[in-house]
Design a protein around this ligand. Structure first.
Ligand SMILES: [Zn+2]
Length: 311
């Protein structure tokens, strides 16, 4: 692959929030000179083990932080369609447990009765979120670009998962009560487009649930470039104000935005943390030796939950 073809694979993008083309560089591109297109595409998979290589900019008009240039949307889509990830789906039982608790907390807070309500989870990977929603009482389904992951979810959980990218005519208008974008909006090349599509698919007053990593969070500020959500697959880096503006532009009214506390096993959290802060490794060994590795641990790394409503 010659350099000019790689260059053509990247596109300059305007601000996803306000459309302004004026931006300033926050961090320069870290890509090696002679990377192949295949290597580039392999970056776009479900698990988050690829650090940030792309150029980061901030919008001079609204302050939104995003990647530009970024890989062409068709190439990103092709990368996601080809994902096969047995290691990722091996964690599905824990993921379903976590999502079940999150969904229960949201419906309790909203005083929402899920029984018989239609929920669509966009970018559902191996189906963990729609499975948890079904357990909560929703009539749940998902859509996922990866052929392998969508097939895995259908076969394993007997749940309705459509393979593909959400388009305006994928589902009839006004057909869902709740749509979720859980750890997805930061991956989507055209957030305004997907949000207007979702607006059309929701029934009036329908809910949109968005979970995203917030660079305005305390932990993101403390860790700087070591924050684990700086990744080549994360194209957009919202703070609450830019997220709110992005949603309002597509016709949503934000009900609340707050930190999302996640529960994982203590040993797993320490293992991930020791990759960032090596001395944590000793603590991990100690915890494991006391048999506390599987104890539940509640933490927040900047994940933020937004509940919005279709106006
Ligand atoms: Zn902007």
């Amino acid at each position: 692959m010659v350099a000019s073809e790689i260059k053509k694979a990247f596109v300059d993008v305007a601000c996803p929030v306000c459309d302004s083309p004026q931006s300033k560089e926050v961090r320069s591109s870290q890509y090696p000179e002679n990377i192949s297109l295949e290597e580039l595409q392999s970056v776009y998979c479900a698990s988050s083990d690829h650090t940030l290589l792309d150029r980061v900019v901030s919008c001079q008009s609204c302050g939104m932080v995003y990647l530009s240039p970024r890989l062409d949307a068709c190439l990103i889509q092709g990368g996601y369609e080809a994902v096969e990830d047995p290691v990722f789906v091996a964690q599905n039982p824990q993921r379903i447990q976590t999502f079940t608790k999150s969904i229960a907390a949201i419906t309790r807070r909203l005083g929402y009765q899920p029984k018989g309500k239609k929920l669509l989870d966009i970018g559902c990977a191996g189906g963990a979120f729609p499975v948890a929603a079904r357990t909560a009482g929703f009539d749940a389904q998902g859509i996922e670009p990866s052929r392998w992951l969508s097939d895995y979810g259908r076969r394993t959980y007997n749940i309705d998962i459509r393979q593909g990218i959400l388009e305006r005519d994928t589902f009839p208008k006004n057909s869902f009560d709740v749509i979720s974008l859980w750890d997805v909006i930061e991956h989507v090349p055209e957030p305004h487009e997907i949000l207007t599509t979702i607006h059309g698919l929701l029934r009036p007053q329908g809910y949109l649930w968005v979970n995203y990593p917030d660079i305005g969070s305390v932990v993101a500020k403390v860790l700087g470039w070591k924050w684990p959500f700086w990744l080549s697959v994360h194209l957009h880096y919202y703070v609450r104000a830019t997220m709110q503006r992005q949603l309002e532009r597509a016709g949503f009214e934000v009900q609340y935005i707050e930190p999302h506390w996640q529960q994982l096993q203590f040993g797993y959290v320490l293992q991930r943390a020791s990759a960032l802060v090596p001395p944590v490794k000793a603590l991990e060994r100690l915890v494991t030796s006391f048999g506390l590795g599987s104890a539940p641990f509640t933490y927040n790394m900047g994940q933020t939950l937004v509940i919005a409503r279709r106006k």
